[in-house]
Every structure is written in C-alpha cells, then in structure tokens.
Design a binder for this molecule. Sequence first.
Ligand SMILES: CC(=O)N[C@@H]([C@@H](O)[C@H](O)[C@H](O)CO)[C@@H](O)CC(=O)C(=O)O
Length: 308
Amino acid sequence: MTPGKKLRGLVAATITPMTPDGQINLSVIRQYVDYLVSEQNVKNVFVNGTTGEGLSLSIQERKQLAEEWMCQGKDKLDHVIIHVGALSLPESQELARHAAAIGASGIAVIAPFFFRPTNKDELIAFLQKVASEAPAVPFYYYHIPPLTGVKIRVEELLDGIKEQIPTFQGVKFSDTDLLDLAQCINKNEREQLAFLYGVDEQLLSALAVGADGAVGSTYNYLGQKTNLMLEAFAKLDLPLAQKYQFLTGEFLNFVIKLGFGVAQSKAVMTFVSGIPMGPPRLPLADASAEFIAQAKAKLESIAWPDGD
Ligand SMILES: CC(=O)N[C@@H]([C@@H](O)[C@H](O)[C@H](O)CO)[C@@H](O)CC(=O)C(=O)O
C-alpha cells in the first residue's frame, strides 16, 4: 500500500461475497483481489460501503471483512478505504478505531440517515467524533443523498471542515449534482483533497469538472474499460473517452431499466469474474435468472473500441 499518496483513479466499491446460506464468505477475497488487480487494473478498494452491504452487516462482520481485505491486499493494492459509517456513533467510532489499528489507508463515513443531521454543523459534529478516533487516518465524507436523504450540499459542508477535521482528505460524491461537485473542486483547487465520483454512468462529466477519480460498483467488472476511458480523457481524446462512456452507459441503461441494485451487481460480478458473490442479505432479494441472462447477453453484445 502507498501511505500518503493522493487517491486518484478507479476505486472498486467492493461486493461482500456471501455463502448460499447468507454468511460472509471471506475465502474468496484473495481471488477477488487478484482479479481486480490483474483483470481490471484496479488497485484501490472501498470496503463495506453501499455495494458491500456495509449497513446490513454486523460490526463483527464488518471488522472481519476489513481485516481480510487488508491482509489479502497487502503488497497488491494501493489503497484500502474502509467505510465505517453507522447509525450509532459509538459503533462508527469503534469501526474507525479498528480500521486505524489494522492500517487502513483511509476511512469514510456516510451521513446518519434515521435521525438525520438537519444542517452542516450537526453533520460535521458527527463526522468529527468519528474521524477523531482515527487521528492518523485520512478521512473521506461519503455523500450519497439518494440513499441517506441528507441533502446538505458538499460545497457548504467543506467550508472550514479542515479546521474541525484535520484528517479530512476528500469526498466520495455519489450524487448527480455536478454543479455542487464542480464548486467543491473549484474552491478546493489548491488543497490536496480528493474528489471521487460515484455515479458510474456519468463519470466522464465529473472528470470534465475535475474529479480525481471514482468509487463505484461497476469498476469491479468494467474497471479495465473505464480505465481506458480515463486514459483517453487524460490524453484529451474526447471522442474515444465518450465512446467508452456511451458503451458502459448503454449497459447500465439497459440493466437499470430491468431493475439494478446491489443484488444485480453481485450477479453480474459473478458471471463476469467467475468468483461466486452469492446472494444479497435481506431485505434485498437475489437477482432473477431472467435478469442474469439478459444482462449477460447485453454485456457480451457490446463492441468495445479496443476490440475486446
Ligand atoms: C447507489 C449506488 O449503489 N451507487 C454506486 C454506483 O457505483 C452505481 O452502482 C452505479 O453508478 C450504477 O448505477 C456507488 O456510488 C456506491 C458505492 O460506491 C458504494 O458501494 O459505496
């Protein structure tokens, strides 16, 4: 791992593999790490987030997964960010201390979403109490208003946040409000913050306003293609970058219409990688056989510019 290096590029929002009877399946994480690195060229992971069903796992399971990713990712991954957000502040603090103890490269926290913060100060107060439990670990705010219902604009949140959270390192921005994202980047240009976009189907637009990279579910199985989009964008080859975005978008548009969430991501990752991701945890229901057949056929029909 590379401590201190600014987080850039693609970060896979990891799926939590489960056994058919619904237990977490740590035994495939080693294979999963190798697959991400060698087949998808993705060397950063975000563990126990939305895609990882982090909020549906017990504290013990979250710790076990974090430890396994750290252990298997050692010498292979660049960054292992652990999502430690929880509805209960003491639980979130416990997870932050644990992530620090096992040497995580960063921690991230979602806004609490049952009793919600109603303004910036309440949200920062919560984040600060968690971040201060891991005083040497880079801290990221995980902004995902479609799921949390917490719509406090990040631009507003960032104003003065470093004074209260000295470890503040950036934002995982999972929202479509690109004006907010652009204003964050504009105002924080000279700071060393990382802005990582989380709506995979419109990553190219976020790159255009200066996002440093992306955290998302599709980089588990479309990481290599999305890396080619990043490369084309870096070389200012906009037509090629657009081509990749259009094609990943074509797949996502198709599956979103069928109904696409964490369960379906698990199914897609299983058929693409061959690693059994297992079922999701209730209340999520397993992807249907029909979804799997249609998603597979669609993905196989895409003619990528690199001929793959
Ligand atoms: C709502 C949701 O799950 N969003 C995903 C996206 O990667 C999403 O799956 C993708 O854009 C397809 O819609 C990520 O932002 C979530 C994520 O990074 C995480 O698992 O923490």
